[in-house]
Every structure is written in structure tokens, then in C-alpha cells.
Design a protein around this ligand. Sequence first.
Ligand SMILES: [Fe+2]
Ligand SMILES: [Fe+2]
Length: 278
Amino acid sequence: MRLMLCGDVVGRAGREAVCEHLPRLREALRLDLAIVNGENAAHGFGITDKICAEFYDAGVDVITTGNHVWDRREIIPYIEGDPRLLRPINFPPGTPGRGYGIVRLADGREVLVANAMARLFMDAIDDPFAAMDRLLAEHPLGRVAASVIDFHGEATSEKMSMGHFCDGRASVVVGTHSHVPTADHRILEHGTAYMTDVGMCGDYDSVIGMKKQGSVQRFVRKMPGDRLEAADGPATLCAVVVETDDATGLARRIAPLRVGGLLAPAWPDFAREPAPAK
Ligand SMILES: [Fe+2]
Ligand SMILES: [Fe+2]
């Protein structure tokens, strides 16, 4: 099975990159499943039902989120009715929405997609390790054809720990939230594909997707400054592509994918078609 996860989509620039490239990427990479982290899709803060619909129209199967999930409050009543929009699984019991979903592909194969959030330098929430332990016991590889975990967190140590904690039990554990891609994509000892952070889909001539001046000023002066706005230059689509073995559910290959914008392009060497010119 081939699947792709796009990191945090930031603002209009990020949305346009995803919606423009995804149909072609699905074809060129023969993707069975496409996931995007949409927590910053609405002007950098949160997501709306209209943006969810845009993503689904472009070929997205599941949308994950993180600490910014509720920034647009209208998503709170919406999320209960959309099983494809996930919020972190380890938010306290009673929180609206779901932390995982089982996607059934056209050929009948089922894929577990889960979203968890880390705790180091983040909000105090329930234990993500205990939550993933329970979930992977309920949905082991074999019963599902593959499983993908978007672990949304700040600290590289916590994300790497989650990778090893799930190694051999999940097909893919990748990090989101830092908005910067890491170069450590690899297959762990027991067969789980791992990457500490996928990076954002957004304009990199920015501070993690927001316009430079306002963001820098917050550090230069200890003052809140103007409201942060999403940067609107050409975006780099940052994603990870994983191929899993249907017999075991474990990973065979993992590669970063970067298209457009300022970052150096990256294209999986197992793609059917050559990299796009730009
Ligand atoms: Fe984010
Ligand atoms: Fe985040």
C-alpha cells in the first residue's frame, strides 16, 4: 500500500499547494491513501467545514489536526458529524470528535489513521503513549492492512520515543507541528516507518508559515505586537510517502516529498513518474 501524509497546511498558500498538486501526486505515486494535517489551514489558525470540503474534493481521505484544532470555533459542532476529521486522541474524555478512524479503501483493505498529541512544551493533556498502546492493541496489523499515526508535538525526543514505542505495531509514525521537515526518515528496527517531522505545507519565506516581520518583532520586543498573518508567497508542499507490505502491514520504504516554493525539491525514487519540473 502507498500512502502519503502532508504536514501542517498553513493558510491559503498551503491549501492551494495541496489542492493543486494532490490529484497529480495521487496518480504519479499510485497512492492508496492521502492524509493532511489541517490544523493551520484557516489563515494559520484552525480549520473550517468549507476547507475540509476543499481538501476532500482534492482527494484527501483523512484530515488530522493538533493543538490548533479548535481555533475556529465553528468546527466544534461540525467535527461530530465528520468521521474523516480527527483531533488528538488523548484530549480528555468528553471532548467532541474522534482521535482515530478506520478508512476502508475501494478494494476492501482497511487502514487505521490516528492522531495523538505530545505533552512536552505543550498543553497538559492525557498520556499519548497509553492512548496509542490501547489503540494499537485494539487494531493490530493483520486486522487492519496498515496503520498511520500523526504524532503532533514540539519535542523531537518525545516524537522519537513514540516511534520506538510503536515500532513493529504500527506501519507509520510521523511527527507534525514544528512546521520544519527533518532529515531522519527511516524504517525503525521492527518495521515502522518514522520521520520526526514532516514539515509544513506553506510559504517558507516566513516564520513557520506566518509573515516574518510580526513574528520576529515578538522576539525582539517582549510585546504581543500585531496579529500574526499567514505568509502568502508560493508554498512548498512537504509530505512523507510510505510503502507498506500488505502481508505484514509493516513499512517497506519511506521517502520525503517536497514540491514547489523555497525548499529544495524531494521526490521518492520509487515514484512511477519523474519529479515535476517545478
Ligand atoms: Fe501546526
Ligand atoms: Fe501544532
